[in-house]
Ligand binder design. Sequence first.
Ligand code: ADP
Ligand code: ADP
Length: 229
Amino acid sequence: GGTIRFEKVGFAYDPERQILRDVSFEVPAGKTVAIVGPSGAGKSTISRLLFRFYDVQSGRITIDGQDIRDVMQTSLRDAIGMVPQDTVLFNDSVRYNIRYGRWDATDAEVEAAAALAQIDGFIQDLPNGYDTEVGERGLKLSGGEKQRVAIARTILKGPPLLILDEATSALDSATEKDIQDALDRVSRGRTTIVIAHRLSTIVAADEILVLEAGEIVERGTHAALLAAD
Ligand code: ADP
Ligand code: ADP
């Protein structure tokens, strides 16, 4: 659960240049809202505000009615899972990277998360193909494979809120479809914000917001927006 609301949010990194203007939307508990728009529109800024890397300058953001300025940053980090654009992994096995932050997870739980993220055959490998302690062993993972590790870690962490930032951008189109299916499964029942450049990569959003130059210029279902294109 957890309903996220942006109420007339305004934000600027620099007073000379407004980045978000009166941005209002709601992600009802368990639903998925996608934010699409060109590079520089302010999409990543929205996720930075949710984590309170910065605080809003006007309006407010609430989770279940509580202004997030009253919520500790550490609590927000626990509550929000993020699959970033570029995943940086620890130079330890994939299994270690999946378990990171959930040290109590059983091997079976780690393997179930790995299976859901379609990590097959490289769970023992080192993401960068080498380890300063043990010497070379394993494969150098591709961007897509690293992203699957990030997805598996998020699945295992099981946060109530999720942000998927261009989560399939590092993948070729065949694996993109597989990962998209895994992400759809992960986001089911969690309050999810998907950030994407292209409408075509979003399949399971309940609502899509089009953000341009910091303003929501259009909103609707996937089908309605594709028809209007
Ligand atoms: P998007 O995710 O849609 O590509 P961003 O939210 O990353 O857009 O960025 C929106 C605008 O804010 C861009 O013009 C970007 O250059 C600017 N910006 C992003 N981060 C900072 C920052 N830390 N300081 C100043 N400007 C920033
Ligand atoms: P991306 O969304 O592409 O992963 P970022 O969110 O870090 O990358 O930045 C988005 C845009 O904001 C990029 O164009 C980047 O150059 C710009 N940007 C990031 N940080 C700053 C900053 N501190 N000052 C100005 N522009 C920034």
